[in-house]
Design a binder for this molecule. Structure first.
Ligand code: NAD
Length: 488
């Protein structure tokens, strides 16, 4: 075991510009092999306290830099991550289980773009001004950074989602303490190694690694952290809301989804089918925006189902570093078990599993036999009340059901507690407008999926979240506004 432990990657917290070892560690698994390959600090109150102090100390200098100075540093950091894109992609794939192709083309390029985007957008905000000319008054608003921001992110898109918070937070002049998911901490640690070279002053970005219950909660409860930006599950968000209530903290909550795709009989199936396969199964279905309820209008239901299942069967699961593989490993053994259980429950209720789990056999390479793999699974004839149609599964499982009318499908699509994203497929422009307006969903994509303009708000309704992120929304969240009135 000595030789074994020697080969493990050991992460350290990054506090005040220095890597600091922790007194205890958690094992982190490679999901595609089932082996422990990394040790992550098991931080608690003490480590969070040190990180918050470093962030507080760095705040006066950082917040007084001009937006242009901060912008240049963010751009430099973007360049440095991009320079190491391949190493970051390899690390993300190994740590998370996602395919190397996905990490190379989605996760890491987006992390780079997050810094570039906010480096640019911070230069272009205009505050409001009104005039009461008859009494010689002008009013204007002024925005200033809030202080130390606590940033908590999930395991599905590790660096992508963490940088989507770090970039706007520091662009606005805040300093941060970030806590990535304990299951996917490696790329955040790699990013810390680049901060000094990018010119980020010590203490502006601090990262404490560890569990939600210990490190996350210590951050949420810290009195000197006035704002928390959280992406993760609805259950955790409830806990964070309770814990932060005594401090009246500002919260941004990006949570789960149970996203519908609505396919009308005039949809262009040659576009709808490949996109809906991606929207259901990309990143093993572990994206908050993934489709998991597909409503297909009765007239094309059989044809859709036949073609969709035939295409889903072509998706290959296996070694994530094999560029021909479409489905990598799920995040953990427990999560795989949870996702499989949903399929079992659906079967027990009389639904039909048309491909994937329990139907097709997984042919895994020798090195991946103990990995957490599952094939894209399509379930039909599921009742709307079924847990598979109501709860977030967060795996490569999608349900396909038939509908008759527009009114009916809107009601059924809205009949879940979540409201994050929806897709609508139709060539009738009036209908897509009408349906998009009626859906309880923070994002509606018509005839496409996952096309984002970062300028515009991102976030969910109902149990999918509170607040929005985007150029203007993140700027507003990460700054305090003041209204100033001047009379002659
Ligand atoms: P999670 O809620 O279990 O964990 C998210 C983060 O919160 C982790 O860093 C975790 O350590 C931390 N945490 C857990 N308990 C905590 C506590 N008591 N106090 C403070 N921090 C705590 O979620 P997950 O399983 O990592 O991620 C999957 C979930 O995230 C899914 O529900 C998914 O839909 C959601 N998600 C949402 C978005 C979005 O933008 N809306 C994006 C990605 C993922």
């Amino acid at each position: 075991t000595m030789a074994h432990s020697k080969s493990l990657l050991v992460l350290e917290n990054f506090i005040g510009g220095k890597f600091v070892p922790c007194s205890s560690y958690i094992d982190s698994y490679n999901p595609s092999t089932g082996d422990v390959y990394c040790r992550v600090p098991d931080s608690g109150k003490e480590e969070v306290e040190a990180a918050v102090k470093a962030a507080k100390d760095a705040f006066p200098i950082w917040s007084s830099k001009s937006p242009l100075e901060r912008s240049q540093i963010l751009n430099k950091l973007a360049d440095l991550i991009e320079h190491d894109l391949e190493a970051f992609a390899q690390a993300e794939s190994k740590d998370q289980g996602k395919t190397i192709t996905f990490a190379r083309t989605v996760d890491i390029p987006r992390a780079v773009y997050n810094f570039r985007f906010f480096a640019s957008s911070i230069l272009h905000h205009v505050t409001e001004c009104t005039e009461m000319a008859t009494i010689g008054c002008v009013h204007y608003t002024s925005r200033t950074p809030v202080g130390v921001a606590g940033l908590i992110s999930p395991w599905n898109l590790p660096l992508y989602l963490l940088t989507w918070k770090i970039a706007p937070a520091i662009a606005c002049g805040n300093t941060v303490v970030a806590k990535p998911s304990e299951m996917t901490s490696v790329t955040a640690w790699m990013m810390c190694k680049l901060l000094e070279k990018a010119g980020v002053p010590h203490g502006v970005v601090n990262v404490v690694f560890g569990t939600g219950a210990k490190a996350g909660e210590a951050l949420v409860c810290h009195p000197d952290v006035p704002l928390i930006s959280f992406t993760g599950s609805t259950l955790t968000a409830q806990r964070i809301t309770e814990k932060s209530a005594p401090h009246c903290k500002r919260l941004s909550l990006e949570l789960g989804g149970k996203n519908p795709a609505i396919v009308f009989d005039d949809a262009d199936l040659s576009q709808c089918i490949p996109t809906t396969l991606r929207s259901s199964f990309a990143n093993q279905g572990e994206i908050c925006l993934c489709t998991s309820r597909i409503f297909v209008q009765r007239g094309i239901y059989s044809e859709f189902l036949k073609r969709f299942v035939a295409e889903a069967k072509k998706w290959k699961a296996g070694n994530p570093s094999d560029p021909t593989v479409n489905v990598g490993a799920l995040i953990s053994k427990e999560h795989l078990e949870k996702v499989r259980n949903y399929v079992k429950k659906a079967q027990a209720e009389g639904a039909r599993v048309l491909c994937g789990e329990g139907v097709d056999s997984l042919a895994l390479p020798t090195g991946n036999q103990k990995g957490y793999f599952m094939l894209p699974t399509v379930i039909a004839e599921v009742k709307d009340e079924s847990c598979c149609m109501q709860e977030e599964i967060f795996g490569p499982v999608t349900c396909v059901v038939a509908f008759d009318t527009e009114e009916e499908v809107i009601e059924r699509a809205n009949s879940v507690k979540y409201g994050l994203a929806a897709t609508v497929w139709s060539s009738n422009v009036g209908r897509v407008h009408r349906v998009a307006q009626s859906l309880q969903s923070g994002l509606v994509w018509t005839n496409c999926w996952l096309i984002r303009d970062l300028n515009l708000p991102f976030g969910g309704m109902k149990a999918s979240g509170i607040g929005r992120e985007g150029a203007k929304d993140s700027y507003e969240f990460f700054t305090e506004v003041k209204t100033i009135t001047i009379k002659h």
